[in-house]
Design a protein around this ligand. Structure first.
Ligand SMILES: Nc1ncnc2c1ncn2[C@@H]1O[C@H](COP(=O)(O)OP(=O)(O)OP(=O)(O)O)[C@@H](O)[C@H]1O
Ligand SMILES: [Mg+2]
Length: 326
């Protein structure tokens, strides 16, 4: 609950969002289960999670589209339940399924949104032109948006979310269905907006994207936040620091794999095709020398050898397990 005495209420708060036990039930089903989290102003924060984890439900509550059943949240320093109009005036939203008027041009779509926000018309005109240049749709400003590709519609959707100069931009799975060029363009646009001081909160299934883009990542599963940190922190929380990978010329015998495991002090050994993976808590000294000596004495040929750190995808799978979700 916010009150004038709440030290973090209002614009002076260092946090863009503060969630306190935020919960949403649908009947007896709990889609978001007591989420508590703070995201600092200026952060680029990503929610990751399997299908049905509760990401969109969380974003929908934070953007006032859906009422929480329990808990509270401050968004841009304003209470979600009691100051929802103020929250809406400070946030921009790019939804999972964008809703544009296909029969209208980009300029007309933006004009309509300006009306919804009761914005000054000359300001709308100026901002629209500015934004359409940023999302590289200025040349198409008078073309009916129903004729646009998925990438162009997505960029127009971002421009629509930015029209009223929000402090916080919420994007729900922005790269869905976009080609690599459009994804890169959108990533660069997100970085530019974030570099200009805007807090960006977004959800994605793209691990590589999250790894590259986010200051911090929150992993959700079954409505709960199960991990939180920078990508490096999440990776270092794994029970192994490195994974040694060896691709053999021929499928190796289990005995050889067991010997290799003992040689490098691996936690386990697994084989996929001809590629063996050996996760280790720490890299053994003199690894290359030991391995080449071991393999040459046994006259075993290899095709490839590498040592890599855990990936964000492995962190994700280790935390959320492999079973498919509804
Ligand atoms: N209006 C609703 N009525 C009933 N159940 C709902 C409703 N909206 C969402 N749910 C359920 O809540 C859970 C969380 O859904 P949500 O859309 O938030 O997941 P998500 O993490 O965004 O998934 P995705 O990655 O597929 O977008 C799902 O099991 C979903 O079926
Ligand atoms: Mg979703």
């Amino acid at each position: 609950m916010s009150s004038p005495s709440n030290p973090s209420a209002g614009r002076s708060s260092p946090y863009a969002i503060e969630l306190n036990g935020l919960t949403r039930r649908f009947g007896s089903f709990i889609a978001v289960d007591g989420l508590s989290l703070k995201v600092k102003k200026g952060e680029l924060f990503g929610f990751l999670g399997p299908n049905g984890a509760g990401k969109t439900t969380t974003i929908n509550m934070l953007t006032t589209l859906l009422k929480p059943t329990e808990g509270s949240a401050l968004v841009a320093g304003y209470d979600l339940s009691e100051e929802d109009a103020l929250v809406r005036s400070r946030i921009g939203v790019v939804p999972q399924k964008f809703s544009l008027f296909e029969e209208l041009t980009p300029l007309e779509n933006l004009w309509y949104i300006g009306e919804l926000y009761s914005m000054d018309r000359s300001l709308v005109q100026r901002r629209s032109e500015e934004l359409l240049k940023i999302v590289t749709l200025y040349d198409k400003r008078d073309v009916r948006s129903g004729t646009f590709s998925g990438g162009m519609k997505q960029r127009l959707s971002v421009a629509a979310g930015l029209l009223h100069s929000p402090e916080i931009l919420f994007m729900d799975e922005p790269p869905t269905g976009l080609d690599p060029q459009s994804r890169i363009a959108l990533r660069e646009l997100t970085q530019t907006l974030n570099a200009s001081g805007m807090t960006v909160i977004y959800t994605t299934h793209d691990m590589d994207e999250a790894d590259k883009l986010c200051d911090r990542i929150g992993i959700m599963d079954h409505g709960k936040l199960i991990a939180l940190g920078t990508s490096a922190e999440l990776k270092s929380s794994q029970h192994y620091s490195h994974c040694i990978e060896i691709e053999f010329e021929r499928v190796p015998e289990q005995k050889l794999l067991d010997e290799l495991k003992a040689l490098v002090g691996a936690i386990s050994v697994s084989l996929e095709g001809r590629r063996a993976s050996l996760p280790v808590r720490r890299l053994p000294p003199d690894l290359i020398h030991k391995l080449s000596d071991f393999l040459s004495r046994r006259r075993i040929s290899t095709r490839d050898f590498k040592v890599r750190e855990p990936t964000l995808e492995e962190v994700f799978i280790n935390l959320t397990k492999k079973e498919l979700r509804d």
